[in-house]
Ligand binder design. Structure first.
Ligand code: NAD
Length: 241
């Protein structure tokens, strides 16, 4: 007889949450495809590249300021907060493709950000860090105080490598976890999508939550169709005092 998802979680020693843009959709942060309004004539795939920043740093900076404004007004939702509660059952690692800092604001302890963090920046020339600084001029890419190079967001742009230490660490936890949740991601972006694939190869139970079936559904042992904020609290086992 197949064990219940609650039993599997209660027996797990290590749980990985692999999350994507869908988990933050209910916090009001749009996925790229749904974006409209002011930026409807721009394609994020063309703005989030080293080439775009080289050619027009101010335009790219404005795009990130636009996104930061949405993200700073947003709050972590029930799904982000429920993940924190899983820490009571097992060692828990959040491996996220999101750059919105919401897992951190929700209180998760062990977070691996595969694609960077929109609140962090560095000089594109000398590498000096400018993390969690609010720049006043929203229209112009700021200039490094040391070398006068342009400061850029610490985001992994299309065509760039993932931070290798973080990626290696993420693969390590995927290979060593008992349960891997896959939440709100289409699973189309590689190498990030290797996380659940590695977990599966090492016999973890894969639990997917999404509004539709995805590229990763065929490796899922459990698939829950619906919103992450509605499904996750139902999966969280009751605490036994
Ligand atoms: P994606 O846009 O390719 O896929 C989003 C997935 O979430 C879809 O499969 C959709 O069905 C699902 N979804 C939407 N609402 C949901 C909900 N309430 N509950 C459960 N599932 C829901 O996102 P991706 O796979 O993360 O890849 C896009 C890339 O863009 C990533 O690299 C990501 O870093 C970046 N991005 C990040 C943010 C953010 O930080 N919040 C926002 C937009 C894009």
């Amino acid at each position: 007889m197949q064990k219940s998802i609650q039993n599997i979680i209660q027996e797990a020693k290590k749980i990985v949450f692999f999350t994507g843009a869908g988990i933050s959709a209910e916090s009001g942060i749009p996925t790229f495809r749904g974006e409209n309004g002011l930026w409807k004539n721009y394609n994020p795939m063309e703005l989030a590249t080293p080439k775009a920043f080289k050619e027009n740093p101010n335009l790219v900076w404005q795009w990130y300021e636009f996104r930061r404004e949405i993200i700073r007004k947003a709050e972590p939702n029930i799904a982000h907060k429920t993940i924190v509660k899983f820490e009571e059952f097992a060692k828990t690692y959040v491996i996220t493709q999101n750059v919105d800092n919401l897992h951190n604001r929700a209180g998760s302890k062990n977070i691996l950000e595969l694609h960077g963090n929109i609140e962090k920046n560095f000089c594109s020339v000398c590498g000096k860090r400018y993390d969690f600084i609010v720049f006043e001029d929203k229209l112009k890419a700021p200039i490094c105080e040391d070398c006068k190079g342009f400061i850029r967001p610490d985001i992994v742009w299309f065509g760039e490598m993932l931070p290798q230490g973080i990626y290696r660490n993420a693969i390590y936890h995927a290979e060593n976890c008992d349960v891997c949740f896959v939440i709100g991601t289409s699973g189309l972006v590689f190498p990030a999508a290797n996380i659940p694939i590695s977990a599966k190869k090492h016999n973890a139970t894969i639990v997917e939550i999404n509004l539709e079936s995805t590229n990763l559904s065929e490796i899922s042992d459990f698939f829950f169709l619906g919103k992450a904020s509605e499904i996750l609290p139902k999966i969280l086992p009751q605490m036994v005092n």
